[in-house]
Design a protein around this ligand. Sequence first.
Ligand code: ATP
Length: 248
Amino acid sequence: MSTAPAALLVEDLAFAYPDGHQALFGVDLRLDPGERVALLGPNGAGKTTLVLHLNGILSGGRGRVDVGGLPVRKRNLPEVRRRVGIVFQDPDDQLFMPTVGEDVAFGPRNLGLPEPEVAARVAAALEQVGMAGSADRPPHHLSFGQRRRVAVATVLSMHPEVLVLDEPSSNLDPAGRRELAEVLTGLPVTMLMVTHDLPYALQLCPRSVVLDGGVVVADGPTRDLLADADLLAAHRLELPFGFDPTRV
Ligand SMILES: Nc1ncnc2c1ncn2[C@@H]1O[C@H](COP(=O)(O)OP(=O)(O)OP(=O)(O)O)[C@@H](O)[C@H]1O
């Protein structure tokens, strides 16, 4: 195993919500720099709860989370939130400025970066997601797939080390799925992708982790996990009819 700090390290993470509902029961997860990993599991498995611990939105349970060797703790939160960018399922949760450019500039401006650096980051992030030339457009004039790519750009402009995506393929048409896949596979970041879309997990992520009942129940090559019919059935994971993961 590599001795470099993990891009993301989760150790024995357990968490109960204030109403007493225990959502995580001791989760271990390590992502090495540059890995792309899918986080799979049925509704209520604890995926969102885990993700919300990665940048300290939720905390207070047992265990630890480190990002590039930095513990996710209150005093580290500004740096943790720069290192871990979360792209939420609904792009409209992340786009609230009059123009695309201002949305992508929002994070870097908040960091207090000088305007020329902000402008350079905006241009680079929009280029990375294939949206160069759209900086002056209002986000609500864009298609849903374009808005999702701009939401990714709002995170990329912070130069994150870990990109977490919640259901990135939801509501995308086949062209939108393909365009986003091309963007995501070209990014030089560590990626954790929460998804119910198993073919998309196979396309983008060499490794998958299955969470169910607040514990990791499988961790391995996506192709192998998706070929395991018993595993899929036991955890309510379904491939599209006729889809053969060994033939992709
Ligand atoms: N704010 C909350 N208060 C109490 N319980 C909660 C809260 N949020 C989630 N839970 C519970 O914690 C468990 C894990 O939920 P979580 O949202 O993490 O699952 P998930 O795997 O992301 O599900 P989905 O695929 O439906 O998004 C569920 O049983 C859920 O009902």
